[in-house]
Design a protein around this ligand. Structure first.
Ligand code: ATP
Ligand code: MG
Length: 137
């Protein structure tokens, strides 16, 4: 079984989409094995988005992702990384297919409701930022 890291971003929490996002992943058949609510520090945000440091949108990304509470989760299932990315839809909500989470709820590139790991290696790295192994069931 594969694990992936998923986060309901501050806009998703603020708009009351936590249950909707969890429900979609549950109904698809993935298993929730870790969950916590927290507000990211700038340090944690920088670790999470290290690959984007130096890009033009980076300062806005860090200020957005630290702007309010998020829901950090670990989900498990067959090909969970790719499957969750498919359920989420592509980064730009304007182009994300209706029926996907971002296609249905996203507003713009900066406010796209949800994060999911983009590879099994990223998943392992991101899970370790937010969870200790003993916090996963
Ligand atoms: P995430 O990592 O948040 O799940 P993603 O993997 O679909 O999203 P990335 O390329 O990793 O996309 O970008 C991380 C985040 O940075 C995006 O979710 C988006 O909010 C923001 N971002 C990416 N590219 C741009 C851009 N060109 N302009 C503005 N914001 C961007
Ligand atoms: Mg990404």
């Amino acid at each position: 079984m594969e694990r992936t890291f998923v986060m309901v971003k501050p806009d998703g929490v603020q708009r009351g989409l936590i249950a909707e996002i969890i429900g979609r992943l549950e109904k698809k058949g993935y298993k929730l094995i870790g969950l916590k609510m927290l507000t990211l520090t700038p340090e944690t945000a920088a670790l999470h988005y290290a690959e984007h440091a130096g890009k033009p949108f980076y300062p806005g990304l860090i200020s957005f992702i630290t702007s309010g509470p998020v829901v950090a989760m670990v989900w498990e299932g067959k090909n969970a990384v790719k499957g969750v990315r498919t359920l989420m839809g592509i980064t730009n909500p304007t182009e994300a297919i209706p029926g996907s989470i971002r296609g249905d709820y996203g507003i713009d590139m900066g406010r796209n409701v949800v994060h999911g790991s983009d590879s099994p290696v990223s998943a392992q790295r991101e899970i370790a930022i937010y969870f200790k192994e003993e916090e996963l069931v």
